[in-house]
Write a protein that binds this ligand. Structure first.
Ligand SMILES: Cc1cc2nc3c(=O)[nH]c(=O)nc-3n(C[C@H](O)[C@H](O)[C@H](O)COP(=O)(O)OP(=O)(O)OC[C@H]3O[C@@H](n4cnc5c(N)ncnc54)[C@H](O)[C@@H]3O)c2cc1C
Length: 302
């Protein structure tokens, strides 16, 4: 269960307390504040706090004394200009603090993003819950035959059933032994910091994760991408939904220039110009490797 009734009551109590503020408020983000958005079978992501809004980006870019914003179109144009020209520091003026519950193997990928502040649930101090990520049948994919870092079709039949059984049984057995080892009934009880090494990478952990908008966009660019592993992509997708409501203009620019856009090498640009001029260009005449050419054609043909 991602959120227990007691936890939900705490969230509701927090949302019931309101007070006036002089700070910038994003109405879209206020609607998300504290609420848990469920991800995978036991995970979630929720906003604990945030700073700034679209106007704060313009305010910083203009180094203003007052609000620093002009008309909506003017501000949106400025934000798009900043995004287009990699003038990134105004985006760093906005921050977000998230509470994330995620499997350990997803956390290992996530933690590689070093430009955030993290505080993780302590499995030295506390006992981890018996909660493991078990993929849905349709997410139980075979190894891709074309990409060593990717997946192919979903497993079927007896193989799918066996794999699911292994995942559940192995996790359950490892947790039984974890519980038995830390128990102090009739024995000394192994330290939690040692007993946890027996647990599999699909057990859930939790952390608070704080990051500025510029670095969050970098994270989302990599992890909401179709090449990212499904299990981290669903978290990135959930965060995208929140960011879209928090800073709609900045998110719109990010979606257009970063998620929807593409970077072309000098050779690729040269080929594109030749193609537009009606010249025939092939991989052999392009000067690009087969992989580069395949990716380039993917961009050109969509
Ligand atoms: C599809 C995919 C596959 C991947 N496969 C692997 C893999 O097989 N093995 C593996 O180990 N990793 C892998 N990674 C992780 C990847 O190499 C990066 O570590 C991760 O995406 C974090 O990116 P980052 O360093 O740009 O982010 P952040 O750590 O958030 O850094 C943001 C930016 O800050 C700068 N920066 C931060 N710290 C430093 C520093 N110490 N020195 C210099 N500049 C810094 C860099 O410009 C960096 O781009 C993969 C990532 C993806 C998306």
């Amino acid at each position: 269960m991602p959120i227990t009734p007691d936890q939900q009551a705490e969230i509701d109590a927090l949302r019931a307390q309101t007070r006036p503020t002089l700070r910038a408020v994003s109405e879209g983000m206020e609607a998300h504040l504290y609420k848990a958005r469920e991800v995978l079978d036991h995970g979630f992501v929720r906003v604990i706090d945030y700073m700034g809004d679209d106007a704060a980006i313009c305010q910083a870019a203009r180094v203003s004394y007052g609000k620093g914003t002009k008309s909506v179109q003017n501000d949106e144009g400025l934000i798009r200009y900043l995004m287009r020209h990699w003038h990134s520091t105004p985006f760093e003026m906005c921050e977000i603090k998230l509470h994330v519950k995620l499997p350990v193997f997803v956390a290992r990928q996530w933690i590689r993003h070093r430009t955030a502040n993290v505080n993780e649930y302590s499995a030295r101090y506390s006992i981890l819950d018996r909660e493991f990520y078990i993929p849905r049948a349709e997410d139980l994919a075979a190894q891709s035959v074309v990409n060593n870092q990717g997946r192919g079709e979903a497993l079927t039949g007896e193989e799918a059933e066996r794999v699911l059984r292994y995942l559940k049984d192995d996790a359950g057995r490892a947790y039984d032994h974890y519980e038995e080892m830390i128990s102090d009934e009739g024995q000394q009880g192994l330290a939690r910091e040692l007993a946890r090494m027996n647990l599999p990478a699909n057990i859930y952990t939790q952390w608070y994760w704080k990051v500025d908008l510029h670095n969050l966009f970098h994270f989302l660019r990599l992890r909401a991408d179709k090449h990212a592993q499904y299990e981290i992509r669903v978290y990135a997708d959930a965060i995208c939904e929140m960011v879209k409501d928090w800073v709609p203009a900045a998110y719109g620019a990010f979606e257009d220039y970063r998620m929807g856009g593409a970077t072309l090498s000098g050779k690729a640009l040269d080929c594109l110009r030749k193609m537009l001029a009606g010249e025939e260009v092939t991989q052999e005449t392009s000067g690009m490797s087969k992989g580069e050419w395949r990716e380039f054609m993917g961009v050109v043909e969509g």
